[in-house]
Design a protein around this ligand. Structure first.
Ligand code: M6R
Length: 363
């Protein structure tokens, strides 16, 4: 049932304030503590984390790496499951292995988990399907409470994965005494405010549709982001290519001048994801290099960022203000809507794109 929407993907994008709220409700107590039912996870027992997943779930892992390292001071390595499993990486003791999967049945992720059995100190998974193989074979399985996701393009599962991972990061920061009580409380209240901010972003639907109409004529699109927005650039590019079939690549903004800027000319739209945070000025200078080569910039930023930097851009998409650490969750919304409306404009099969399956149970 598409609940009045044209596609399951549209329905699932629209559901996000509700399901993000549900995920937050499951992982926070009314008193503002982290509620992770498997009480015996204690992050002071671990020296490092490895995170393994495929596709969009791997971008949730990459985002969490920035959070774990910056907020909990815990080193994290992220890998895609198909590479990890055959590399036979050594797993030092005191390693927590984390697997993220919407379906909980992805063959490569499951094989990577089995490789870690008996090697990692503990195995934790973040899944949408609590009865799945990956959940059953983990020491701890944390459900994301996103509800059934039908569209092949993952949307609400991604943002709910990020919410659960963020709660886990706060728990880690607490266990490792890496955070002040004040900073912890700020993050908790930021999380509580998130569903309302996501709703506000969804109200920009028409603006995103307008931007998508422009994008739909492109042959190649670049996505740029820096720091924790880099994984979001990867997610935006994946979403666009899988449902609109437009070639899209993402780069860390700072990598631009090490090669990809050679691609930029007046035919190439460049989507820049840049909330007005500590790295904003750096990203803006990369964006100006793009514009100097006539690249067409779509700037996704908040009102402050737009006021400072949208001179000369091709299109501006304004996001509501959000606490810095939570920007990746909010900026998933424009990434999804740009891809969705571009695909609709091109008339592709949005929910069931060619050559793709919802759950990849073969390697
Ligand atoms: O079920 P999983 O989360 O393990 O699936 C992983 C990927 O196959 C999945 O995220 C895929 O990349 C999506 N189609 C992206 O939208």
């Amino acid at each position: 049932d598409k609940a009045g929407h044209k596609h399951f993907m549209a329905k699932e994008i629209a559901e996000q304030p509700g399901v993000i709220g549900a995920a937050i409700g499951h992982y926070l107590t009314p008193e503002g503590e982290i509620n992770i039912s498997t009480q015996d996870i204690d992050f002071s027992q671990f020296d490092r984390i490895i995170m393994v997943a495929c596709g969009t779930a791997s971008y949730a892992c990459l985002t969490a790496k920035y959070w774990f390292e910056q907020i909990a001071r815990l080193p994290v390595e992220v890998d895609v499951a198909s590479e990890f499993r055959y590399r036979e990486p050594p797993i030092p003791p005191r390693t927590l292995a984390v697997f993220v999967s919407q379906s909980g049945e992805t063959a490569d992720t499951l094989a990577a988990l089995r490789y870690c059995e008996g090697k990692a100190a503990r195995i934790l998974s973040v899944v949408n399907v609590p009865e799945s193989s990956i959940a059953r074979e983990s020491d701890y399985a944390l459900p994301i409470h996103a509800g059934v996701e039908v569209g092949v393009a993952s949307t609400k599962a991604f943002t709910c994965q990020l919410v659960v991972l963020f709660a886990l990061v706060l728990k880690a920061a607490r266990d490792r005494e890496a955070i002040t009580a004040e900073a912890f409380a700020d993050h908790i209240s930021g999380l509580r405010g998130l569903p309302a901010i996501v709703s506000t972003a969804l109200e920009q639907n028409n603006t995103m549709q307008e931007a998508a109409l422009k994008l739909s004529h492109a042959r190649d699109v670049l996505f740029l982001g820096r720091g924790q927005m880099y994984p979001l650039a990867l997610e935006g590019a994946l979403k666009l290519k899988e449902i609109s079939y437009i070639h899209a690549e993402a780069y860390a903004s700072g990598e631009l001048k090490h090669g990809p800027i050679a691609l930029v000319d007046e035919h190439v739209p460049v989507v820049v994801m840049a909330p007005r945070d500590a790295l904003f000025d750096k990203t803006v200078s990369n964006m100006q290099e793009v514009m100097a080569r006539k690249g067409k910039v779509i700037l996704i930023s908040d009102s402050k960022g737009q006021a400072e930097a949208n001179d000369g851009v091709w299109f501006s998409i304004e996001m509501p203000p959000v606490p810095d650490a939570l920007a990746p969750i909010l900026y998933a919304i424009p990434a999804q809507l740009l891809a969705y409306h571009t695909a609709v404009a091109k008339g592709t099969d949005v929910d069931q794109p060619r050559n793709l399956a919802k759950s990849v149970t073969v390697e």
